[in-house]
Ligand binder design. Structure first.
Ligand SMILES: [Zn+2]
Ligand SMILES: [Zn+2]
Length: 244
């Protein structure tokens, strides 16, 4: 509740003073601005100082052997084939992700999608992606929020990669409670049967970049990846702004 009130106050601040950093509210002129965010936030969000597992994007130690996955994913059936992240779910990136859920409009999510492309485009291009899709929200949640932040991020990321974005490739057919279950198994059960590929989608042999804002255990992305593969996709690569 307190967060809602705080975010409401921030939203009002943005309406009154639009020239402030979308992530930290620093007024323009206080520090150099780059497309809507101050230079400090830009640097923090686009600099991942930690190593990430190439399979599940979780943070790993400097000398980890990830040839068959990290300690966390080695024996797990992820559902997707590999994963990219902009950074860990921490600090300014965490602030930014939380704000995309409260700020009106898609401005910040768009910006984060562009920063993701700017930072990771070369690495993602090497994965030879044919098309980009995003994890869908249930229509009710999308209506309440006004937009799907994952879709906004995916659209901008796809534009940066020069790969087509397919906006309505997937539907969420089950309204699932927020993923707060403690274990991977319980989370996987929670999203089972929640997604469908749209009729007429031609996915045979395609490599798909599947975008979401946050990955926690990867069970949502894994379930969507399994649905895409059942519809013919050859490979599903996950891309998330932040990895918990
Ligand atoms: Zn800032
Ligand atoms: Zn891993």
């Amino acid at each position: 509740m307190l967060r809602v009130v705080t975010e409401f106050a921030r939203n009002v601040t943005h309406l009154l003073y639009p020239n402030t950093c979308l992530i930290c509210d620093t007024p323009e002129g206080g520090t150099a601005f780059r497309h809507g965010v101050c230079s400090d936030c830009h640097r923090a969000v686009t600099t991942d100082t930690l190593l990430a597992c190439p399979w599940c994007a979780d943070t790993i130690g400097p000398h980890s052997d990830t040839s068959k996955g990290c300690m966390a994913c080695r024996d797990a059936a992820l559902g997707f084939d590999s994963a990219f992240r902009l950074g860990p779910y921490d600090g300014k990136l965490r602030d930014a992700v939380l704000r995309t859920k409260f700020l009106p409009g898609e401005g910040l999510a768009d910006l984060l999608g562009r920063m993701f492309a700017e930072t990771k485009a070369d690495a993602i291009r090497a994965a030879e992606i044919d098309l980009v899709a995003s994890v869908p929200l249930h229509w009710w949640r999308k209506w309440v929020r006004g937009y799907n932040q994952a879709e906004a991020i995916a659209r901008e990321l796809a534009a940066g990669l020069s790969v087509p974005f397919v906006p309505r490739l997937l539907r969420r057919v089950k309204y699932t409670p927020q993923q707060v279950q403690p274990t991977r198994e319980a989370r996987r059960e929670n999203v089972k049967g929640a997604f469908r590929v749209s009729r007429g989608a031609k996915l045979a042999g395609k490599s798909i970049l599947l975008v979401d804002d946050v990955m926690t255990t990867g069970s949502t992305l894994g379930e969507v990846a399994r649905v895409l593969k059942a519809a013919g996709a050859a490979r599903v690569v996950a891309a998330v702004l932040a990895r918990r």
